[in-house]
Write a protein of this length. Structure first.
Length: 392
């Protein structure tokens, strides 16, 4: 059977060691991971199966994680993880969308096998895939265990990427670049918004002649005309007007690692005021990027950006950056550090951020961004699309 591992087993073991050390520090005996990115990080598991209950169990007294999911997805666990067959468990389909049976009862029995009946169990209370029903069923099935919130325990460890992860993210950046260039070449007055979106999806997946891409974990933000002041607008089937602003954020995804990229494209002639705004946006972006250094804090990087913006009498309400890495729906951000005032997270070599200093003002919006890895000497851009306003 083919194996689809994208990292050496030793790297998975190193990740597991780091997680177990943090578990021990917090007094957690067993960790139940419901978030697909964390399951992928520790086991390699990758299949579009997370719409049904699945978890990865990490027990201090058990050498490998244990994957538990739907029976029909066991084959994907065999193909994509390094786990021994004894550590790949599956519940029958009678548990799927059943009003009478809970897959979490099945999972609880396996937790008991590794000493979890009276253990201190960490769960991802803030995760996208840990529902209120999941928690209720698990606590009912394990009444003698103590449940504690371990949300982001793995997330903070994932924040610093290995050289192998950075190499994949460089490829993801190339995928983002070719998708953005496809749009820049394609856009013109009269083309339907939905056709632009279709071209983005095609290019994201077809990729480059050397390698293709994965499905992105979120749709492109295609914000056109009056919707250019909305950061996360959806496309329509309307034609692009003769004179308009297009704010586009898309991504490249390679082996589930996602790199984001946003640019503003003007169809027609931009006003002098808008051109000036684009220059200010790029100036502030560069000020933020040049402030990136190992040892500096996210707050210090944010301050450099805001000082540049303030020189032109402008302010930005929202954060200007977030970490990215392994991406599964519904979001690409890692929910840990943020580049914003007050975040004292210290930058380390190997961290990856999307610096997203979009400006959404009362009647105009502009998005010129940069994804980067923190390097020994500053920042390494992961995309090469010029940081400028594009005019068609």
């Amino acid at each position: 059977m083919i194996k689809e591992l994208h990292f050496e087993v030793a790297e998975f073991q190193g990740r597991l060691t780091a997680v177990k050390e943090e578990m021990a520090r917090r007094g957690i005996d067993i960790l139940l991971l419901s978030e697909p990115p964390n399951q992928y990080y520790l086991s390699g598991y990758n299949a579009y199966s997370f719409y049904t209950p699945q978890i990865v169990v990490v027990a201090l007294n058990h050498a490998q994680p244990i994957w538990i999911g739907r029976l029909m997805d066991r084959i994907s666990a065999t193909m994509t993880t390094y786990l021994a067959q004894d550590n790949i468990r599956a519940y029958p389909d009678t548990y799927v969308q059943s009003a009478a049976l809970s897959a979490y009862d099945f999972m609880a029995d396996i937790v008991k096998e590794v000493g979890g009946e009276k253990a201190r169990i960490g769960v991802e209370m803030g995760g996208y895939y840990y529902s209120a029903r999941a928690h209720a069923d698990l606590t009912r099935a394990l009444p003698l265990a103590e449940f504690v919130d371990a949300d982001l325990l793995v997330g903070w460890i994932r924040l610093v990427k290995s050289p192998a992860e950075i190499a994949i993210m460089r490829q993801a950046g190339q995928l983002a670049d070719v998708a953005m260039q496809r749009v820049i070449d394609l856009v013109e007055a009269g083309i339907r918004e939905c056709d632009i979106a279709a071209a983005i999806y095609h290019q994201q997946v077809s990729g480059t002649p050397e390698f293709g891409g994965d499905y992105p974990c979120c749709p492109p933000d295609l914000c056109i005309g009056e919707r250019s002041i909305a950061p996360h607008a959806a496309w329509t089937d309307d034609p692009v007007p003769n004179s308009t602003v297009i704010n586009l954020e898309l991504s490249g995804c390679r082996h589930r690692y996602q790199v984001n990229l946003a640019r503003t494209i003007v169809v027609g002639n931009p006003s002098p005021e808008f051109e000036k705004l684009s220059e200010i946006a790029v100036e502030a972006l560069h000020a933020g990027l040049e402030a990136v250094r190992p040892g500096r804090t996210c707050s210090e990087v944010d301050s450099a950006f805001r000082q540049a913006l303030a020189r032109h009498g402008l302010e930005k309400e929202s954060r200007i950056g977030y970490p990215t890495g392994i991406g599964f729906p519904p979001a690409s951000g890692e929910r840990t550090a943020s580049i914003r005032k007050g975040d004292e997270t210290v930058l380390q070599t190997g961290m990856v951020f999307h610096m997203m200093p979009g400006l959404w003002l009362d009647n105009v919006g502009i998005t010129i961004t940069q994804s980067f890895a923190v390097s020994d000497r500053g920042f390494e851009p992961l995309t090469k699309t010029p940081r400028k306003l594009f005019v068609k």
